[in-house]
Design a protein around this ligand. Structure first.
Ligand code: 13P
Length: 261
């Protein structure tokens, strides 16, 4: 089964809604020319919650070929959770994707596997597509246990889900040591873990589910390294941080098919 590649830009806490608007307009302009095949690669942007409404209005109003994503979601349905944003609220805003378990949430906000699982389920209940993020810190990579470490994170996040739910979601392998450091995992490193995560899904669910689930790589993805990463058989896209806040760089990443691996 052919999996549609997904390039998602995680803006983190970088752009405000005006800067976000400008970026989306520039991005759309840059991707408009005839050489870019909009159907071949799905493109998503994940702004801060404060920019979601503005970016949604722009995407819908101008019918842009971009999907909207959020960077986080509450594990709770609704109620007295000051500062949190619910899956229902995101769904109402036309959000398609939501990142759960990003390493910055795990590291700075104490999110463990149980929280990531709860958020994944909550997102699915409201028709959002979770991008379940996993990845090992440097110590784990040095010990050589990055495969069992990331497989355990995925297995915990997907526990008790239905195969059809898993087939439709997205996994993202983001080694912590490669995030924002300029140090990117080699294409072979990315392939090793993405392949292992797919095999883990096959073991936990079934082969068809594993073939359908999309697995992204994230960590210092740039125009210069995206083509070699995308050439890996088990890598179905990228979760891009820093380079996604520059319209030219992000567009060049989206157009990876046009440059050599
Ligand atoms: P960088 O691309 O800045 O390394 O960030 C990766 C990331 O964390 C995307 O979610």
């Amino acid at each position: 089964m052919a999996r549609t590649p997904l390039i998602a830009g995680n803006w983190k806490m970088v752009l405000d809604h005006q800067q976000g608007t400008l970026l989306v307009q520039k991005l759309d302009w840059t991707l408009k020319d005839a050489k870019h095949d909009h159907g071949a690669v799905e493109v998503a942007v994940l702004p801060s919650h404060t920019s979601l409404r503005t970016v949604q209005t722009l995407i819908e109003g101008d019918r842009l070929a971009l999907k909207l994503g959020a960077q986080d979601v509450s594990a709770h349905e609704s109620g007295a959770y000051t500062g949190e944003v619910s899956a229902a609220q995101l769904a109402k805003l036309g959000v398609t994707y939501v990142a759960v378990g990003h390493s910055e949430r795990r590291q700075y906000h104490g999110e463990d596997d149980a929280v990531v699982r709860a958020k994944t389920r909550r997102a699915l209940e409201h028709g959002l597509t979770p991008i379940v993020c996993v990845g090992e810190p440097l110590e784990v990579r040095r010990e050589g246990t990055h495969v069992p470490f990331t497989v355990a994170q995925v297995t915990a996040a997907l526990e008790d889900l239905q195969p059809a739910q898993v087939a439709g979601l997205v996994l993202a392998y983001e080694p912590v040591w490669a995030i924002g450091t300029g140090e990117f995992a080699s294409p072979a490193d990315a392939q090793e873990v993405c392949e292992a995560l797919r095999a883990a899904v096959a073991g936990q669910f079934d082969a068809a589910t594993a073939q359908a689930v999309r697995v992204l790589y994230g960590g210092s993805v740039k125009p210069a390294n995206i083509a070699s990463i995308m050439a890996q058989p088990d890598v179905d896209g990228a979760l891009v941080g820093g380079a996604s806040t520059d319209a030219g760089d992000f567009a060049a990443i989206v157009r990876y098919r046009e440059h050599p691996a």
